[in-house]
Ligand binder design. Structure first.
Ligand code: ATP
Length: 217
């Protein structure tokens, strides 16, 4: 079986150390060959991000460049229409072939909203899902909407290593270092004129200052 590849989508508005630790710890805990970061262009199921897609992409490129296990996929940013995760996974499946385990990485809050994603059940035919615990967002059957709780119970894989043994279809969880950092917090701090140093990488900090991003709420 080829080594599994992590797929990490998000608005990354801006990318912060919560995202970077999630990807780094996913590589170690799930035995991933690497993580492909996919910044969303126009996310279909949430309000538009504050920074432009090219700016968010640039910040992700700067943050991930030094890590040989990280790669960045600009296809959603460059697409003229909103991109659905299921279509991105179809594209990656044709790129990598039927055998490679693909592991969609999400935080617990994003996973809890999975039912609202376009053709969400089709995702499991294309990839595994690995859910990182996030402060304030429990991952238990009771915390999830009923249909998602049923999928979670049916597909749950207790040993994350098992995800490497098949191309798709399982749901794993992993306990990353808890970091209560969010894009919302970073934007709020900046709009209030407060520092975000040590919440985001220095390259992101420089980029935000240079382009005068997130000055307004
Ligand atoms: P916002 O506050 O703007 O909604 P966010 O910080 O949640 O942003 P996203 O780009 O929406 O960032 O998140 C991309 C993915 O990273 C999602 O799956 C989200 O759950 C996960 N994630 C973001 N921050 C953390 C964190 N601190 N801990 C665990 N998971 C996180």
């Amino acid at each position: 079986m080829p080594e599994p590849l992590g797929i990490f989508g998000g608005t990354f508005d801006p990318v912060h150390f919560g995202h970077l630790r999630l990807a780094e710890e996913a590589v170690e805990q799930l035995g991933l060959a690497g993580v492909r970061w996919i910044p969303a262009g126009q996310p279909p199921h949430r309000r538009p991000p504050q920074a432009r897609a090219q700016e968010r992409l640039e910040m992700v490129l700067r943050s991930t460049a030094a890590n040989p296990r990280f790669s960045v996929d600009a296809a959603e940013v460059e697409a003229a229409v909103p991109s659905y995760t299921v279509h991105t996974l179809e594209r990656l499946r044709s790129e990598f072939g039927p055998e490679v385990p693909l592991v969609l990485l999400t935080g617990a809050d994003a996973f809890a909203g999975l039912e609202t994603w376009h053709c969400w059940r089709d995702i499991f035919a294309l990839a595994h899902v690995a859910v990182a615990y996030r402060p304030g967002f429990p991952v238990t059957g009771e915390a999830l909407p009923a249909a998602l709780a049923a999928e979670f119970a049916a597909r749950r894989v207790r040993d994350p290593g098992v995800l490497a043994a098949s191309p798709a279809g399982g749901i794993g969880t992993f306990a990353m270092t808890p970091l209560a950092i969010s894009g919302t917090l970073v934007r709020q701090q900046l709009a209030a004129g407060l520092s975000v140093r040590y919440l985001v990488p220095d390259g992101v900090l420089d980029y935000i200052e240079l382009h005068r991003l997130y000055k307004t709420p």
